[in-house]
Structure formats: C-alpha cells, structure tokens
Design a protein around this ligand. Structure first.
Ligand code: NAD
Length: 345
C-alpha cells in the first residue's frame, strides 16, 4: 500500500481521508510542511499539503532527496508552492473545486454579520445588555457590490448577492460572458461600490490589489470582505482606512501574515503581530480564521478529489488536476506538456 504523509492535519481532515482512502496508508502529521519538517515524509511515496505549508525551494529539494514524486495539495489555491523549483522534479496536483458554495456562503455570512453587527449583538445579549445603540446597519437591497474575480466562487457569490437585490459590478482579467452583470474597470468598481468582495487568486498582479491608493478611490463607508487570500489587501492601508472612516467595516477570513497563527489555538501566547492585534481589536472588523471552506460537503469533496488525484498518479494516468510553472495561470501553456502527455512534464 502506498504511504502518504498528510501534513498540517486537523481532526476534521482525518475523518474523510480515512473513510474514502482505505487503499492508502496515511501518516497524519500535525506540523506544517516546510524545510524543517519535510524529513517527516521519509518512507512515504507522496505528500499531501495545505494552504499555509511552505513549499519553497528547500522543502522541494528535501522531498526530492527522499524520492517523493508527488505533492497533492488538498486546496484550490497554490500561492505557497514554488512551482519553478518543483517543475521537472515533483508533480503538484490540487483540488480545483470542492464547494464554491461553502466559501460564497461564508462570504455572505461575514458581510451580513459585520454590516448588522451580529458579533456585537451576540456579546451584548449574553450579558443581558439589550441596548441597540451603535448597532445600526444598512439595507443590502439596492446597494452596489464590487466583485473582484468572477471565477467559481465569485460567480456563486454573485448569485447570492442577486438574491439580496444588490447591483453587481465585476472586475476580472478574463471577464465571463453573458452572465447578466456589468464588468467595469477597477477604478469604477472602487468609486461606485458600497461593498467590495475579493475572489481572485493571489498573483504578482493581485498582490495588494486593495492598496493605499485603492482605498483613496473608494466611497466613504464602504465594506470590505476578503475570503480569498490575505495578501490581496495591504493591511496597513486597511487599518488607516478603518481609522479615517473610508471603510465602515471589514469581514476577513484571511490575513497577510496568517501562516503563523491561523488554524491554531494561540489564546495562551502573547500576540506579537501588532497589525493582527489592531485588526482584532476593532469592533467593525470581523475576523475568521480561514474557515470559509469548512463545511462537511467541502471536506468530503476535498478528500475524494485528493484520493482521485493520488490514484491517477500511482496508476500512471493523465493528471487531471496537475498545475505547473508553465500552466498555473491557466493561460501560458506553450512549455507545459499536459496536452500531449496528460502530465505537465
Ligand atoms: P477561480 O480560478 O475559479 O477564479 C478566480 C478568478 O480570478 C478567475 O476568473 C480569474 O480570471 C480571476 N483573476 C485572475 N487574476 C486576476 C486579476 N489580476 N484581476 C482580477 N481577476 C483575476 O478560483 P475560485 O475557485 O473562484 O477561488 C478564488 C479564490 O478563493 C482562490 O484563489 C483562493 O485564494 C480563495 N479560496 C479561499 C478559501 C477559503 O477557505 N477562504 C477556499 C477556497 C478558495
């Protein structure tokens, strides 16, 4: 039986991998995968990794030394993988879709909660404080929402927003056709939106897409929602915009420097990240710890597709969900051999 080292394992990951993957032996490892922990995969034929693992050049070199030919990402995003270092050495597969609904619904949950101050109301009523002062929100009906990135999650979220009677403005490098909403340039989206929600991947182009300059262009009182990747927002600029009232509230499931903290119980240690402390201390910021994906349906799909990816690899089949240095953008395919070989190299 092939042995797979599953890094950064949580109890909720194990359940579905054990249920659906009984033809593999899984070595569940709590540590994140990085250059210091890669050695724990010794004796395994593949590794399974997650969003905040550091799959840098050194990590890849160590895995290669151990003779590991496959990294199976159990997530959609892959900004933490050094594809250049992996190309030609280790195949990287991922789970491109597991439940856009899980993430889109959490996005709406954040928007509703931060706008209607549900997090504050919850704390007040638990203390028998039934005052409504300071809890005024706005109707979402008739408001304009700017969606940056109209892929699977962006489109699913747009359908939810339409149900609320919101006007949709969209921005994407590759606009979808005939979906019944308006694509505009970023400046127009910044200028006209009452809510801005991020659904694009983290790339060199999208890093700090919400920068200080971008916040200057926004409507006063805009709500910012980010369930995509933390580094899409320049956190320092967001804090300034929260302080000067440009941003009325922010619902964040991701944070620029989350890798060190998110998914872990840090309640017993002194928080050294001052920006994170400032964000958490603001009553108009609602932070969740990268939990938008966390539904039963998504966890089952993640395990099922990851196991399919492993099966394809070990049965020497074409790798449906492989990504590489050349094809990771989905557009630059010239040097990727997927079309001819079914595998990127
Ligand atoms: P997707 O690939 O279906 O869609 C991404 C969209 O972004 C595409 O339409 C693409 O054209 C667009 N895009 C790429 N570069 C762009 C740019 N420079 N400007 C504007 N648009 C650009 O991906 P998806 O499944 O919808 O996921 C979106 C993001 O959600 C992922 O990249 C990931 O970071 C994040 N995500 C978060 C969680 C979570 O738990 N918080 C879970 C899954 C995914």
């Amino acid at each position: 039986m092939k042995k797979i080292a599953v890094f950064d394992t949580k109890p909720y990951d194990k359940e579905w991998f054990e249920k659906l993957g009984d033809h593999y032996t899984f070595k569940f490892i709590e540590s994140k995968l990085n250059k210091d922990t890669a050695g724990l995969a010794k004796g395994c034929q593949g590794v399974c990794a997650f969003v905040n693992d550091e799959i840098c050049k050194e990590t890849i070199e160590q895995l290669e030394e151990l003779g590991i030919p496959l990294i199976a990402m159990r997530c959609a995003g892959y900004s933490n993988v050094d594809f250049k270092a992996a190309y030609g050495k280790i195949h990287v597969v991922r789970v491109p879709v597991y439940s856009p609904h899980a993430v889109a619904e959490h996005t709406m949950a954040l928007l509703l909660a931060v706008n209607r101050k549900i997090h504050k109301a919850y704390n007040r009523t638990r203390d028998f404080n039934f005052s409504l002062n300071g809890l005024t929100g706005m109707d979402l009906y008739g408001k304009t929402i700017g969606i940056i990135g109209t892929g699977k999650i962006g489109q699913t979220f747009i359908e939810i927003c339409k149900g609320f009677g919101m006007r949709i403005l969209a921005y994407d490098l590759y606009p979808a056709k005939n979906l019944g909403y308006e694509y505009v340039d970023l400046d127009t989206l910044f200028r006209e939106s009452d809510v801005i929600s991020l659904h694009c991947p983290l790339t060199e182009q999208t890093k700090h897409i919400l920068s200080r300059e971008a916040f200057h262009k926004m409507k006063k009182g805009v709500y910012i929602i980010n369930t995509s990747r933390g580094t899409l927002i320049e956190t320092e600029a967001l804090l300034e915009a929260l302080n000067n009232g440009t941003v009325a509230g922010a619902g964040l499931d991701v944070y620029e420097e989350e890798a060190e903290y998110f998914f872990e119980d840090m309640s017993g240690v002194i928080m050294k990240d001052d920006m994170l402390s400032l964000l958490v201390s603001k009553p108009n910021v609602l932070l969740t710890s990268h939990q938008a994906f966390l539904t039963n349906e998504a966890l089952e799909n993640i395990a099922r597709v990851t196991i399919q990816n492993l099966d394809e690899f070990f049965e020497e089949k074409a790798l449906t969900n492989e990504v590489c240095y050349h094809c990771q953008t989905g557009k630059i395919m010239e040097n990727c051999r997927k079309n001819e070989k079914g595998r990127c190299f």
